[in-house]
Design a protein around this ligand. Sequence first.
Ligand code: A3P
Length: 322
Amino acid sequence: EETSCPPEKTPCKDFISTLPAREGWSQGQPLIQYKKYWFRPRMLEQILQAQDAFKPRADDILLATFPKCGTTWLKALTFTVINRSRYSFSGDHPLLTCHSHRLVPFIEIAHHRAAADFLETLPSPRLIATHMPMSLLPPGTSSSACRIVYLCRDPKDALVSMWKFHNSVDPGSAMDQLDKPFSMFADGFSMYGPFWDHCLEYWRESLARPNNVLFLKYEDIKSDPVQVVTKLAEFFGVPFTEEEEKSGVGEEVVRLCSFEMLAGLQVNQVGGVDIGHKKYISNSVFFRKGEVGDWANHMSEEMAEKLDCIVQEKLKGSGLSF
Ligand code: A3P
């Protein structure tokens, strides 16, 4: 089926060709700067199209993440929390037979049809995802009553995860050493980067509108997943009842969505996720290690200190730290 971005020239492509460009992580795929953020040309095209066509609804639930910060996990947890009265935790649960990315579509990544048209067909309340920075969300999205959950992660782990992911999905442009992606990331040049601006925009919004924007860190979910799941249920206006708490519903959600559980399922080991333009990413690539601190296995202490320093400086005074 056709995706939202035909390969021929479009006004969008003409516009993109006027923007600042620099070498990207993949051969033949420069990074293009649009309003301080860097994107691959096709991704930017899809973002611009989403800005034009996506119609926000007040009851939308939007999962926003910087890439490789746990999107797949957050999708699973949220889907399971809000649908907990529809499905039991075993047997018929959709997560057992569907990859998270199929259950929760991205706004800006076309699946089988033009993304915006497809999203229009979903019943309310819609559960949808994005990697877009807050300031680039389609008009009306952030000002609507919709609820946004943002997830980020220690940038050192995000970088290592992104590097490993890049090497898996684009072996032709694989970078054996971390040096090059490290210096690009540290200068803000990565898909959807700079990392710190992406985090800061959602962070500030979560402080200004706590009922609408919930800010989470991967590390916090790892250290107390049940507490985070409980918080999610409250945030969505469907808190766990006393009975649910007693029967350990939070624990069940966490168990079903755990790395070990999901990574081991057949559906997540075979097949791929359609990312538009007839490109697929193998389902298993979204499950690598699922640990906090894997950066230490790939990054020197010196690099770690340097990145920590840069990020600290960028986040200074915001109240956000990693
Ligand atoms: P690692 O590469 O550090 O292992 P995203 O979903 O945003 O693409 O992020 C992918 C990262 O989340 C990967 O990190 C992946 O292993 C991890 N991940 C995926 N599913 C997870 C789960 N159920 N629990 C914890 N981490 C998970």
